[in-house]
Write a protein that binds this ligand. Sequence first.
Ligand code: FES
Length: 118
Amino acid sequence: MTQWKAICRVEDIPRLGARRVQRPAGGAVAIFRNADDQVFALLDRCPHKGGPLSQGIVFGTSVACPLHNWTIGLDDGCAREPDHGCTPRFTVKIDDGQVYLDVEELDTLALDEVKAAA
Ligand code: FES
């Protein structure tokens, strides 16, 4: 059974922006909120050259990377054509305005990639 960790409330995430969640094991997670108050979570690392996606601008269901302006889909973490590559996506649960992330994903997801990039 999935264990969930309460992170923040939806309104704590800037609309069209993101909030950064540090993980003890490394590799922060970026939690995004779009204009429709949908919430998405990705590893805070662009699949291009590791730019901080949490500092990008959200539009629709995408974020523009602040470094070289690649468009990354928030629903799948993947770069839009003509660019390639994906960044890991984290499962988000919203319950009564509270944002939760999966504890196991926080502890384990994409740690190899983070170490390889360090
Ligand atoms: S690092 Fe994100 S577009 Fe280059």
